[in-house]
Write a protein that binds this ligand. Structure first.
Ligand SMILES: [Zn+2]
Length: 125
């Protein structure tokens, strides 16, 4: 039973008592029931609003997930573009470097500490 149905049921019960409408106590009871009726109507409207908002939040959540997927894929591609594998001419260590590690076409090998010039055209291939 919804709140509205319960209030309707209560209204029916009170009407069935066939009370004297001019009696002060009966006036109070009727005022309480009228108030409950309005509260029940508000609750019904709020339930509909919440259902609407919930649907909208679900839609936004789905859209956001798509945006996150797009950004995540974009970042991955971006990282791949910026990473280079460079072989150290001193020790033969393979250095995985991004552009931040390359300074003035020069890179320092983390393995042996040797700095060497890069052939930028070669690594961009
Ligand atoms: Zn090295």
């Amino acid at each position: 039973m919804t709140v509205s149905e319960k209030v309707s049921y209560l209204k029916g019960l009170v009407e069935g008592l066939d009370l004297d409408k001019d009696d002060k106590t009966v006036k109070v009871i009727n005022a309480i029931i009228d108030t409950l009726d309005e509260v029940a109507e508000c609750v019904s409207e709020l339930e509909l609003d919440v259902a609407d908002i919930s649907d909208q939040v679900d839609a936004v959540d789905e859209d956001l997930a798509e945006v996150e997927d797009y950004l995540f894929e974009y970042d991955e591609d971006d990282d791949e573009d910026d990473l280079y594998e460079i072989k150290c001419p001193e020790c033969g260590n393979t250095i995985v470097a991004d552009l931040d590690m390359i300074d003035n076409d020069e890179i320092k090998c983390p393995e042996c500490g040797a700095s060497f010039q890069l052939d930028i055209e070669e690594i961009e291939e």
